[in-house]
Design a binder for this molecule. Structure first.
Ligand code: G4P
Length: 542
């Protein structure tokens, strides 16, 4: 059932009921928590910037990638990200638009960090899929889309870079249907592309939003509107494009499915918008539609059934991050409020350990800036200083011993050994290793003979580089990384005695027996030789 057991309510707990229910309801209704998914380079960073611009969170859009002398977007803060111009760690940005409180979860686009993205998506109520108009659905789009699909996350689509030569819009929609098996319903329609891009036609209101190139797209793009039969249309877009548009619109009206909110909310259908983020075109129009279409926070699935957002306060941890800035050398836990009214300093229970915690250190996660968070509502993301109790997937709650049924983990596919260059730094090394592994940057496996250095496991090799750079930067430890020939890891299950006798195994950071394999063949052969042992892709208790 949804309702927590009242006998578990602690007498000392601050009563969430102080807040009249109507007020809580109103706060929930106006929240929109979403993440952007895209293949690298499609324009996620640019769109993020422009959304923040419209939300008034930043005054002037900075540059997208880290170029010398140009501002970084607020969410792009780690030096390795800046050097590479890639986004590695997620942060959470918040802005208000049209009376709505919007939380945008930033996710890394590089595939080596898919696990981080995967977890972040557990905290989002909807996702914006950004496509490059010339490239359509790309490999990383597909993978991230699959994650959203599995979780039935409603997806909106923005086709970006219309100011460049683009694929035919009908072909693009077809691609969405064929590759992603999602019904694509255009809500706007592009007029021309590349140098001839003239704007978009709003299929719902029948207005034309004319595109005007502004210098560098730094400020709000001006918009003129005219209906399809407006004589100014000819003047705006020229005779050829006007005729083509009329034809396209007739075809859309005759052959395309209509937008259906229920289909969208269940992840079966995606509304599609066209624009050019760099030129600020189509972004605000998207945003004004987004706040109407995207759902507010809904119930969270827990071990005690679905928990409604109106229930007393509870939240879950979906990300841990050490040393978020040079000014704050501590560990931050990213918590999504799943229900109730959060107030700073409240006493809660850490449901996994049963420990009581006072949440006095709560702050925003807007990149380097930290502001205290006094209160938060379902869908909001709060940064909690982690004294070392939180693990990813943990729940804190005011009233009930709820937990999440499961939390996504990826199986590492590449393994490295580490050699410490200065043995005098062993203590700092172990601290860095523990904290970074806890974040999930890498997974650590210890040889059981105790003699050799630990193995690191990661989804992609870029994670090792980040690990190495962060050990250096944040813990002052130099290590040499050597990629090994191992490609697979399996957790061992079965009779304890047999597992203990099993040779050449290592242990994960929780002391669970694990074995590394060089190939699929190696794994199959070993499994055949040892029918008494189970070889699992993830530990049994996950
Ligand atoms: P990402 O976060 O998804 O990786 O993409 P990002 O926003 O960094 O955009 C990737 C590149 O595409 C950037 O170019 C960016 O300026 C460009 N871009 C984004 N939106 C548009 C658009 O609407 N039209 C066009 N023509 N380009 C767009 P870059 O070469 O990496 O940087 P820069 O030289 O533009 O600064």
């Amino acid at each position: 059932t949804t309702e927590p057991n009242p006998t578990e309510t602690r007498a000392t707990a601050p009563q969430a009921a102080e807040q009249p229910n109507a007020a809580l309801e109103a706060e929930i209704t106006r929240r929109r928590t979403f993440a952007i998914i895209s293949h690298p380079d499609a324009g996620k960073t640019t769109i993020t910037e422009k959304l923040l611009l419209y939300g008034g969170a930043i005054l002037e859009a900075g540059s997208v990638t880290a170029k010398e002398g140009r501002a970084h977007t607020k969410s792009d803060w780690m030096s390795i990200e800046q050097q590479r111009g890639i986004s590695i760690s997620s942060s959470a940005l918040t802005f208000e638009y049209s009376g709505r409180h919007i939380n945008l979860l930033d996710t890394p686009g590089h595939q080596d960090f898919s696990e981080d993205t995967y977890r972040t998506l557990t905290a989002a109520d909807s996702a914006l899929m950004v496509l490059d108009a010339a490239r359509g659905v790309q490999t990383q789009t597909e993978k991230l889309f699959a994650v959203c699909r599995n979780r039935h996350v409603p997806i909106l689509t923005f086709v970006n870079k219309m100011d460049r030569p683009a694929l035919d819009p009908f072909d693009l929609l077809q691609q969405l249907e064929n590759v992603l098996q999602i019904t694509a319903v255009p809500l706007t329609w592009p007029i021309g592309d590349g140098p001839d891009f003239k704007g978009v036609y709003d299929l719902q209101t029948g207005q034309v939003l004319a595109f005007e190139r502004t210098s560098g797209g730094k400020h709000r793009a001006p918009m003129q509107t005219a209906g399809l039969d407006d004589p100014r249309l000819l003047q705006l877009v020229g005779a050829d494009l006007a005729a083509k548009l009329k034809e396209d619109v007739e075809l859309i009206e005759a052959a395309m499915p209509e937008f259906d909110a229920a289909g969208f909310l269940s992840g079966e259908l995606t509304p599609v918008f066209f624009g050019s983020a760099m030129n600020n075109f189509g972004v605000e129009h998207f945003l004004s539609n987004f706040v109407e279409l995207a759902p507010p926070p809904g119930p969270t699935e827990t071990t005690l059934g679905e928990r409604n957002p109106e229930a007393p306060f509870a939240g879950f941890i979906f990300k841990l991050q050490a040393n978020m800035s040079k000014h704050h050398r501590d560990r931050t836990a990213f918590m999504r409020v799943m229900s109730g009214h959060f107030t700073r300093g409240m006493d809660v229970t850490h449901t996994r350990s049963g420990r009581k915690l006072r949440l006095s250190q709560a702050h925003t996660l807007f990149a380097q800036d930290r502001e205290k968070v006094e209160e938060a509502y379902p869908g909001d993301i709060v940064g909690l200083v982690n004294p070392g109790v939180f693990q990813i997937g943990d729940v804190i709650s005011l009233d009930a011993k709820v937990a999440l049924p499961s939390f996504p983990r990826f199986t590492p596919e590449t393994f490295a050994t580490l050699a410490l260059k200065d043995v005098g730094k062993r203590k700092a090394f172990m601290k860095g290793l523990t904290q970074l592994a806890e974040e999930g940057v890498v997974q650590v496996f210890f040889p059981t003979d105790g003699a050799r250095d630990p193995y690191l496991g990661a989804v992609g090799p870029l994670q090792f580089e980040v690990f190495q750079a962060r050990l250096q930067e944040e813990y002052g430890v130099d290590v040499e990384l050597n990629i090994t020939g191992y490609q697979l890891v399996r957790w061992l299950a079965g009779d304890a005695g047999s597992v203990a006798r099993f040779a050449r195994h290592v242990e994960d950071d929780q002391g669970r027996p694990v074995m590394l394999f060089r190939s699929k063949y190696d794994l199959e052969y070993t499994a055949e030789q040892h029918p008494e042992i189970e070889f699992l892709p993830l530990p049994k208790d996950l």
